[in-house]
Design a protein around this ligand. Sequence first.
Ligand code: NAD
Length: 492
Amino acid sequence: TALTAATLPDLPAGVPRPAYDRSRLRTGIVHFGVGGFHRAHQAMYLDRLMNDGKALDWAICGVGVMPADRRMKEVLDAQDGLYTLVVKAPDGTMEPRVIGAIHDYLFAPDDPEAVVGRLTDEATRIVSLTVTEGGYNFSAVTGEFDESDPAVQHDLRPGAAPTTTFGFITEALARRRDRGTPPFTIMSCDNIQGNGDAARRSFVAFARLRDPALADWVAREVRFPNCMVDRITPVTTEEDIAEVRNRFGIDDRWPVVCEPFTQWVLEDDFTLGRPPFEDAGVQLVEDVEPYELMKLRLLNASHQALCYFGYLAGYRLVHEVCQDQLFATFLLDYMDREATPTLEPVPGIDLSEYKHNLIARFSNAAVRDTVARLCAESSDRIPKWLLPVIRHNLASGGEIHRSAAVVASWARYAEGVDEQGAPIDVVDPLRDVLMAYARRNREDPLAFVANRQVFGDLVDDDRFVSAYRRALASLHHKGARATLEGLRAGLS
Ligand code: NAD
């Protein structure tokens, strides 16, 4: 059955679907970056509330600003915003559910004014974002908002129709201010430390380039709660689409698959209220930082710790890497000896249990997360997730040789050829630069980390440099597995 509002009653009996009357939904949230993760996480939490008869005035209107988002527009329009979320347990059991919380979707290039209009509407009280780590437009060199970005330059031209997240949201904020409508809350759900603070810096910087008085108003009036989000959501594959059709009888053009685990720790700081998220299992806290650091340095940095080594060793699926004891031991050692000492105590969380649970989650064979997904956009990720651990330990005298080896494994990966001699498709906004440096690795072992745009002054630290050189030499001479064996034996 093709999934639409009209065919919902015809779906097989075992498939849960919206129990609420979707015609009663009203937009309360406008979301930029409706991808796999938003559909597995925030939209799922809202759907839970709606199934309890709550938050019906907090339905989501998605917005896509990137050219590639046209496909999401076509699919969601054809399916009345409905899609299937399939939760995959390690034992192979699958739990499908049709989610109904997204009731509208605007593809911004088609009609920019419609997006600004929706954002300006008083009913829009939260604007949420999953626009990737790179979507906040910080310069890798200065760490400041990159005003030289051509799209940003375009959006700053007086009278230009907006094209970026910044352009749309700022135009709407300006109109709300001028009309005396209070501003919405901007809620970032990207994997960035202090994601709310990062969003605040970006939006205030953009507004300042446009109009300093507007920037002051945004800084004063808009709330940007920080949050920690967690649920592993791989890219949907053709096999997933076929599986949803064959197992559940649903013809869904773009379902989402994810792991059973889900977590959202959110600061309770909203200008115009919020849905009763706590009723859906969201933890509302005063200070999200300890949770955030735990997640970014244990989960996200471990993803980087496994992906380049894993790829070089010939693995293409994450669970295969983690089911290999050599890798699991490496990850646990990285977490116990290098990441954990940089963390503050995390209220209510047993870190040892959390870490073992992470290995179990990564080992979930049903999710089929790919090593390639984790290797992508590394230049946005390593500096945000792993380098802070290294810097902390360099300052405190802590251990760094496993983290340094992870950086070396990225350098080796960016050479663009695996250990079998096959080419590697390096996916990264800085691909050309990274590969040019990495190609010089053998003649100049520090070439890759001398790139200050990514690594800052790390290359000036002798302790880091010596651990990094050892690991890179070992990767070149002995390969990924032997390098991990050496690290386990304490040889490097
Ligand atoms: P995705 O590729 O499915 O979706 C990304 C969305 O962001 C797309 O709609 C894309 O058009 C949009 N986007 C990308 N760059 C943009 C930009 N510069 N401006 C505006 N929109 C932009 O990816 P996803 O799996 O949904 O992940 C999105 C983000 O969610 C991640 O980058 C991460 O920060 C966060 N997240 C993902 C996971 C996960 O497991 N996938 C887990 C936790 C957090």
